[in-house]
Design a binder for this molecule. Structure first.
Ligand code: SF4
Ligand code: SF4
Ligand code: FES
Length: 257
């Protein structure tokens, strides 16, 4: 087991007011960034605020920025960081700072509530739903989401444009709309809800210019852009510009892919 000391520069403060504080801390082979944050809490900074829960990449709580990149602190090995530079830890930039590394992610829960829930098919009770694996294979990938909101933090449409937040749901929740639109049993149509139109009109799909930054930071390796957002854009375009689809919607029948 090898040991060495590393410099950490951690943003400390409350409500957006604060600055960087430097620490030196012992690092052991195999450790992740969250181990070092815990060691600092135990030895030098007992009041350092950080959110975490599982330490296994599954709860999505420990999201922060390491050297400016959105990451899970518990899944970032020290060995992947440049060995000769300080490790810089900052809170998620796209959301309001609460204290130190903790941010207020209320925005994401508000956007989650704006996506209309799955509409069960008429005439079937829970337990009677039947789907073939091939019909759910595409959207099953999206269910791996741990709601860490790293994709929401990195998306420039949110990160650099506070003014877009009201109109733009962000990649995680556009992916949720895509999942429901692909769901073989979702009966949203029967209630008059057009999920494709709502993606564009209510959830801001047009703000996405498919840069794929969200995909690059997803710790679950979900291909958010290629498998959810681009297909959703294609389905929205089909619906908008195909005259037969338009006619179908006018006479109450909506062809599906
Ligand atoms: S692909 Fe779209 S949603 Fe993802 S980061 Fe880029 S603009 Fe944002
Ligand atoms: S899609 Fe990936 S990056 Fe976005 S919230 Fe889910 S797990 Fe996190
Ligand atoms: S502590 Fe749960 S994902 Fe990091």
């Amino acid at each position: 087991m090898s040991r060495n000391d590393r410099e950490f520069r951690i943003w400390r403060g409350e409500g957006g007011e604060g600055g960087f504080v430097s620490y030196r801390v012992e690092v052991n082979e195999g450790e992740v960034v969250l181990d070092l944050v815990h060691r600092l809490q135990a030895t030098q900074a007992p009041d350092l605020a950080v959110r975490w829960n599982c330490k296994a990449g599954k709860c999505g709580s420990c999201s922060a920025e390491v050297n400016g990149r959105p990451r899970l602190l518990c899944m970032t090995r020290m060995s992947v960081l440049p060995p000769d530079e300080p490790v810089v830890l900052t809170p998620l930039r796209a959301f309001p700072s609460v204290r130190d590394l903790v941010t207020d992610v209320t925005f994401n829960y508000a956007k989650a509530r704006e996506v209309a829930a799955f509409v069960p098919p008429a005439g079937l009770a829970p337990g009677e739903y039947r789907m073939r694996q091939e019909d759910v294979a595409r959207s099953q990938e999206f269910r791996k989401c741990i709601e860490c909101f790293l994709c929401q933090d990195t998306c420039h449409a949110v990160r650099d444009h506070e003014e877009n937040k009201a109109a733009f749901a962000g990649p995680r929740f556009l992916m949720r709309v895509a999942e429901l639109d692909m769901h073989p049993l979702d009966a949203a149509d029967s209630t008059g809800l057009d999920r494709r139109a709502s993606a564009q009109d209510s959830h801001g799909l047009g703000y996405c210019n498919i840069t794929k930054c969200c995909t690059e930071v997803c710790p679950e390796h979900i291909k958010i852009t290629d498998n959810a957002l681009i297909p959703l854009k294609e389905r929205v375009a089909d619906r908008k510009y195909d005259p037969l689809v338009w006619l179908g919607s006018k006479i109450g029948r909506r062809p599906r892919d």
